[in-house]
Every structure is written in structure tokens, then in C-alpha cells.
Ligand binder design. Structure first.
Ligand code: 26Q
Length: 760
């Protein structure tokens, strides 16, 4: 049977009509059934040793297109739909989007599952089956409002497995119900994303946006990804949630060990647990506890667990390094406390002279999750070369001195199946036309560099970008109701809203450009500045920055003198789908974090792969990007990480010095509370942004602002030499191969996991 015939058979069974006439929803459901059926037929990856990638986040996004690509039938399906006057894009609109992550860390986990399945590695993701993903963002009165993100109300890929475990809390226990989503590899086998829900979880307790009774643990535990932790009850709930996840995960791992006929002592030979940041760290004491209930001595249990667990650090921001008060843990997981105290006692006894610096439980009765991972895991890795170096030399120097052999770097990667083949079919075909399609498996684009002086190729590359820009303009008009000119330069910053990522610096540039245009100094070509970002619900300054950008959007787009030259667009509810639309159309990739603060970044890699040129600081993986493409193919600015670290150490940065000492900076910052903006926005929110910039500016916006403006001007000028720009874009693509998540996962496997790839 052809794909068309199979699809029609499913539609017939549902009485949904022909492919031509079926409603979009019915057609989506039919295609879902067809694709899920094909995935079911794939061999599940097995082996002597399995990886359990335990993570509180998996930002998988929609899966239909991705699964079609990995099954190798996307072309056929598209052709069948096209013949019937339908399209995959139309059908995908009906697919719910699992937004089970905040940003980089969650998306990385999703890319790694794709790569592990592609490489034939027996690997599962293990996490929580939140009822609501990351909140849905709406802009109301130019401010962010949060709403529950419902994704499980329609047919999707999730299915119940029938496997259940009981998770013990002090006065009650909760039943964990295991769900699974299939994870297809490109041409390979099939892994799984295994997500636990609580049998008692009940969405009906959600009231008034994303509010709910934080004390009703049985009903709220798996409702939300990252419940607001700005108050005590919210923080306690996070502990309950984390423990629920890891207890179920630990029971699953030990059950599978037993089912395979292996003894508890042999755990390290048959399982490796990658702890994705500290959110799953309680799996260490929980596994020890469970092994002890099987009769193992504590010392042996500690050894077995330490040989099984490996830890990845994703951040050096102090406020994100989890530390839980002993009191909270005593309340939620008192049965783990004797074990955590024993773990702490052992490390303190082993290194008494530095006990204060490496203790798991510190003098303020805070339990340091990362420290537990480092002491009782066999591997600690950072996510980009610079990040790992900063961990070793600064943040975790005491631990590096103790355990140099545990530390290693694994520079992040992205899956080219989603971020090139799926998101950018035009570029994908263009590349294949030039160098063949070996890159789909080996991620090698180096041969593209041979065309760096080939005028015809460069012109075609520009044409591909122009076509993607037109497509985005149509999408923006449809989805956001804004008109942008495809002839303008698309300058894009999409990532979580955070002060360290410095969207506020980009906003100050927008103000600068606005004032330039107002003064009659017109740019050579119009610029469209696009933003996409969610702010954590309790992060006031981040929400204020969104407000500032939305005010600028209104002011500028509504000003007939300025809007032909400058437009600002902040897309609502930025998510994986938006990223897939925006990245292929981008000219300038904004990667402007304060050096030393962005562990790696992965958006930077996606943009590079799609032929955008980076405007960035020497932070995270930008350092490696610049080494790969060469300084002539990237626009760098700003203070280096050593200098920034020194400024923090010496308290050497005062934003007021920059504000008072530079009339140009003063003018831009003052504009935040100007009459023009106050008329549009809320004075309270704008004043907070202003005040922070002048009085605090913890992430040193004003330090790099001047250089940012200068280099961005140079970049806009460079854009006018279209062939030279195309050469830069081509060389960026040519050197993007290193950032394949296949490379990253292969390195994890060779140096940490040691799984045997299955031949498929
Ligand atoms: C911690 C404590 C309390 C409340 C929340 C948190 C919390 C939640 C989420 C801490 C961190 C996160 C997420 C971090 C994250 O996404 N980090 C990003 O990871 C990417 C993948 O490695 C990197 O590329 C990014 O540089 C890094 O910011």
C-alpha cells in the first residue's frame, strides 16, 4: 500500500472522508496513527548497559514532522498531501506542543534523545509528565500574562504503560504512573521518553491563571513544570516534585535490572544515570536507600551508586545552584536525611581542612545538591569549553582539586534533523545539492568551504535566505498581525528573558537607532529587530524588560518617520515552533550575554547552522564558534570573561560611572523613562528598568553598550556587501558540523557512558 492508501484507510475507519476533504484535525489524527504505528514496528534499542537520562525538563516540541523525517518518509507524505491539495504545515497546526522545559537545558535533553536513538545507543529519557508545560505567554496591556499550557487534551504521542510505583512521603504515599513517548532515531531504532505522572494529580484545582493550592501535594505534584518558587510553599513543592521524579526513576531502574536477571551489586555494569543539572540529584540518596532495603550495606550502596551516576552542570549563576534548607528536606523526605547526613559526614571526614568549602550540608543548614553530585558521581561535566574551564578554575576549584579525574567538558550540540532538515528544507536541499547528503549522518559540512569564492553558489545561498525571510514575513502577518519587509535585515534575539542574556542592551540599541533615525540619520537599509522570550513569572525585572520592549515596539512601529527604517517585533509565546520559523530567516544572531555567564547557549549553534552571522560576546560556545569560523566571520565585542570575573571579584564595576561619564549612554538610559515611553507604558515598570540600569546593573549592560553599538553598525554596513556576507554565512554553515548533537552524544558515550551501539 502507498502512504496515500494507508492514510485513506485510517480516515475511512474513522469515517472522516477523503484526504482532500477531511477536517484538519481528523487528518492530523490519521497521520499520527499512521506514524505511531510505524514507530511501534521499530526495534526498541537494547543492550547489556542502558543510559537513563534523568531530567526535570524535555523540551521536545512537536514530533510529527521530526518522526516522519527520522522514518525517512517525510517526502512521500508531503507528496501525498500535496496531491490532495493539503500540506504538512497545515496539519501540524493541530498537533499539541509538549513544552516540558524552560529553555536550553530542556531542549538539549530532547536533542540528545534524538541523537542517542540515531547512534543506536540504548537510552531512555526519564522525567515528569506535567499536565501543563511551560506557561502560555500572552501580552495584555504590553505586559506578560501567564496561562496554563494545556497539551494533553488532544491525541498525541503519549501512552500509558501500565507500570506503576509507589513513592513514599512522610504521611502518605503517591502512586507514580509511567507514560511513554516514542523517540525515533534518524534511520535508527527507537528509544523512549518515560514520564511519570501521579495517579492523584488533578488539574481542576488550577484557578485564576496558573494559581493553585500549593499545599495539596497529592493533587498538584505533577501539574506544573517549575511551579513558582518565590515563596516557601512553592519551594517545598519543588522538593516534593523532584523526589517524586527520582524515586519513581530509581525504582524503574532497579526493576529493569532485576527483570534482566542482574544483581543489585552489578548496577554500574548495566546502567548509567546522567543527572541533568541538580534537579534530579536526590536520586543519589534515594538509590542508596533502595539498595539498603534490598539488604546492601551502606558503604557498598554508596559505592555502587557513585559508579553509576554522572552529573552535568548547566549554569554558573549562583542563584540557580540549588541549595535546599535541611528543614524542607526533613519535611518532604525525612527518610533521605540520615543518608544525606552520612554522605556529608564522610566527605567532611575525608577532607577536614577544607570541610567548610566542600560540605554537602553547610553551616547554614543548606544542602548543596551539586556538591552531592560531585562527591558521589564519577563524572562532572560542563557544557562548553569556557564553561568547564570556569568551573574548574573558579566556581568548583576546590572540587577540581579533590577530583581532577572526574571533570570533563562536553560542548553542547543540536540535532541537525530538526534544526536544518525540518526547519529549513530549502537550505537543506541546497546543501545536499552541493555536497551530497552524507552530512545528515556524519554532520560534516566542511566541503561547503570550497564554494566560498563561487559567485553563483553565494547568490543562490542569498536567494534561499531571501525566500525564508519572505516566508517568515507571511507567517508573522498571519500569526502576529505585523508587517515586516523581507528586504530589511532580520536581527533576532530569542531565548529566555534574563538580565545576564542582556535583552536590555539590545533594547538600548533600538532606542539608539530610533533616535538616530529621528535625527535624520537613516540606515542604509531597514532593520527588523525580532525578540522572543518568556520571563519567569516571579522575575520582576525580566517582566519589566518585556514591557520595555513592547513599549518600544508600539512607539516605533507606530511612528511613520521611523517604521519604514526600523521595526520591533516581540513574538508572543515564544516556543520551539517559533524557533523553527525564526531561525531559518535570520541574518544577525544576537548572542550578547555578559562574558562568563552563559554556560554554552545552543540557539547560537542553530543560527550558525542556518547561515546567520553571530553578533556576540566571547561567552559560552560563542568562543568555540569564533575559533571554528575565524574572527573574520563573526562580530565580537565586549569585555572578556577574565576581565568580568575580575570585576566581580574586586567589585570594580559601577554602572553609575558609565551613566554619569558618557552623555550618549545617559541619553539612551534616560529614554526608558522619557515622556514618549511613559505615555505608552507603565511608569512603575519602566522606572524599575531605568533604576536598575543606573544603580545596579549586575550584569554590566553599560560596560559593553558602546562597543555593542559600534560593532552592530559595522555589521549592518557589512551586510551591504551581499556577496561577502554570503561568504560569511556559507563559512558559518561549513564549520557548524562540530555542533551536531551526534558528536556530543558520541563523546558522552566514549568518555562517560560506555554503551555498546546497536547495529540496526
Ligand atoms: C533552580 C533552582 C530553583 C528554581 C529554578 C532553577 C533552575 C531552573 C532551570 C535552574 C536552571 C534552569 C535551567 C537552566 C538552563 O536552561 N541552562 C542552560 O542550559 C543550556 C544547555 O546546556 C546552555 O546552553 C545554556 O547556556 C544554559 O543557560
Amino acid at each position: 500500500m502507498t502512504i496515500s492508501e494507508k492514510l485513506q484507510a485510517i480516515l475511512d475507519e474513522a469515517g472522516a472522508g477523503t484526504i482532500e476533504q477531511a477536517e484538519g484535525r481528523a487528518l492530523y489524527e490519521a497521520l499520527l496513527r499512521l506514524t505511531a504505528g510505524l514507530l511501534d514496528g521499530r526495534p526498541r534499542l537494547r543492550g547489556e548497559k542502558r543510559l537513563y537520562y534523568v531530567s526535570a525538563e524535555f523540551l521536545i516540541g512537536k514530533l510529527l514532522s521530526n518522526n516522519l523525517i527520522n522514518l525517512g518518509i517525510r517526502g512521500e507524505v508531503e507528496e501525498a498531501l500535496r496531491k490532495a491539495g493539503r500540506s504538512l504545515a497545515e496539519i501540524e497546526e493541530y498537533e499539541p506542543e509538549p513544552a516540558l522545559g524552560n529553555g536550553g537545558l530542556g531542549r538539549l535533553a530532547a536533542c540528545y534523545l534524538d541523537s542517542a536513538a540515531t547512534l543506536g545507543l540504548p537510552c531512555d529519557g526519564v522525567g515528569l509528565c506535567y499536565h501543563y508545560g511551560l506557561f502560555r505567554q500572552r501580552f495584555e496591556e504590553l505586559k506578560q500574562r501567564e496561562y496554563p499550557d494545556v497539551w494533553r487534551d488532544r491525541p498525541g504521542w503519549l501512552r500509558e504503560t501500565g507500570v506503576r510505583f509507589s513513592v513514599p512521603f512522610p504521611d502518605f504515599s503517591l502512586e507514580a504512573v509511567l507514560y511513554e513517548l516514542p523517540v525515533s532515531g534518524y534511520g535508527g531504532g527507537c528509544g523512549a521518553l518515560r514520564l511519570f505522572d501521579a495517579a492523584t494529580a488533578d488539574g481542576s484545582i488550577v484557578k485564576d491563571g496558573i494559581g493553585f493550592d500549593k499545599a495539596d501535594i497529592a493533587r498538584n505534584i505533577t501539574l506544573f513544570l517549575y511551579p513558582d518558587d518565590s515563596d516557601e510553599a512553592g519551594r517545598l513543592l519543588r522538593v516534593y516534585q523532584q523526589y517524586f521524579m527520582v524515586s519513581a526513576a530509581a525504582q524503574l531502574i532497579l526493576k529493569e535490572l532485576k527483570d534482566a536477571g542482574y544483581s543489585p551489586e552489578s548496577l554500574p555494569a548495566h546502567a548509567v544515570i546522567q543527572i541533568n543539572d541538580t534537579h534530579p540529584s536526590l536520586i543519589i540518596p534515594e538509590l542508596i536507600r533502595l539498595l539498603m532495603t534490598e539488604g546492601m550495606e551502606i558503604g557498598d550502596a554508596i559505592e555502587v551508586v557513585s559508579e553509576t551516576c554522572a552529573y552535568t552542570n548547566h549554569t554558573i549563576l549562583a542563584e540557580a545552584l540549588e541549595k535546599w534548607p535541611v528543614d524542607s528536606l526533613e519535611k518532604a523526605v525525612p527518610h533521605l536525611m540520615p543518608i544525606i547526613r552520612e554522605l556529608d559526614a564522610r566527605v567532611q571526614a575525608a577532607s577536614p581542612e577544607i570541610a567548610g568549602k566542600i560540605a554537602i550540608i553547610d553551616g547554614n543548614d543548606l544542602v548543596h545538591m551539586a556538591r552531592m553530585d560531585i562527591h558521589y558521581g564519577f563524572s562532572v561535566n560542563g557544557v562548553a569549553a569556557l564553561h568547564t574551564r570556569i568551573l574548574e578554575e573558579t566556581e568548583l576549584a576546590d572540587f577540581y582539586a579533590l577530583y581532577p579525574e572526574k571533570f570533563n567538558n562536553k560542548t553542547n550540540g543540536i540535532t541537525f534533523r530538526r534544526w536544518l532538515m525540518q526547519a529549513n528544507p530549502r537550505l537543506s536541499d541546497f546543501i545536499t545539492g552541493l555536497i551530497g547528503d552524507g552530512w545528515k549522518r556524519d554532520g560534516n559540512f566542511e566541503k561547503l568551504a570550497d564554494f566560498a569564492e563561487d559567485r553563483a553558489v553565494l547568490e543562490r545561498l542569498l536567494a534561499v535566505k531571501a525566500e525564508n525571510k519572505r516566508e517568515l514575513a507571511v507567517y508573522l502577518a498571519e500569526k502576529a498581525g505585523v508587517e515586516v519587509s523581507p528586504d530589511s535585515i532580520y536581527d533576532i534575539q530569542i531565548k529566555r528573558m534574563h538580565q545576564y542574556k542582556r535583552q536590555q542592551m539590545n533594547a538600548l540599541w533600538v532606542i539608539w537607532k530610533y533616535l538616530e533615525i529621528k535625527a535624520g540619520r537613516l540606515p542604509k537599509r531597514p532593520v527588523t529587530v525580532l525578540f522572543g522570550a518568556k520571563a519567569a513569572p516571579a522575575y520582576t525585572l525580566a517582566k519589566d524588560t518585556i514591557h520595555l520592549i513592547l513599549c518600544l515596539q508600539k512607539l516605533i512601529n507606530g511612528d511613520p518617520d521611523v517604521s519604514p527604517w526600523l521595526k520591533v517585533v516581540m513574538v508572543e509565546n515564544y516556543n520551539v515552533t517559533w524557533a523553527e520559523k525564526l531561525i531559518p530567516a535570520c541574518d544577525i544572531s544576537e548572542q550578547i550575554s555578559l562574558a562568563s555567564k552563559e554556560a554554552s547557549g545552543t540557539g547560537n549553534m542553530k543560527f550558525m547552522l542556518n547561515g546567520a552571522v553571530t553578533l556576540g560576546t566571547l561567552d559560552g560556545a560563542n568562543v568555540e564558534i569564533s575559533e571554528l569560523v575565524g574572527e573574520e566571520n563573526i562580530f565580537l565585542f565586549g569585555k572578556k570573561s577574565e576581565e568580568v570575573i575580575r570585576l566581580y571579584a574586586t567589585e570594580g564595576y559601577r554602572s553609575a560611572d558609565f551613566y554619569d561619564g558618557d552623555p550618549e549612554i545617559e541619553r539612551l538610559v534616560d529614554f526608558v523613562i522619557s515622556k514618549q515611553l511613559i505615555r505608552i507604558g507603565d511608569p512603575e515598570n519602566l522606572a524599575r528598568v531605568y533604576k536598575d540600569l543606573v544603580c545596579k546593573d549586575w550584569f554590566m549592560t553599560l560596560l559593553d553598550l558602546r562597543e555593542y553599538i559600534e560593532v552592530k553598525e559595522r555589521m549592518l554596513d557589512a551586510y551591504e556587501d551581499r556577496l561577502h556576507w554570503a561568504k560569511m554565512a556559507l563559512l558559518n554553515i561549513a564549520h557548524a558540523g562540530f555542533f551536531s548533537s551526534d558528536r556530543a552524544v558520541a563523546q558522552y558515550n566514549e568518555e562517560i557512558w560506555h554503551l555498546t551501539p546497536q547495529k540496526l
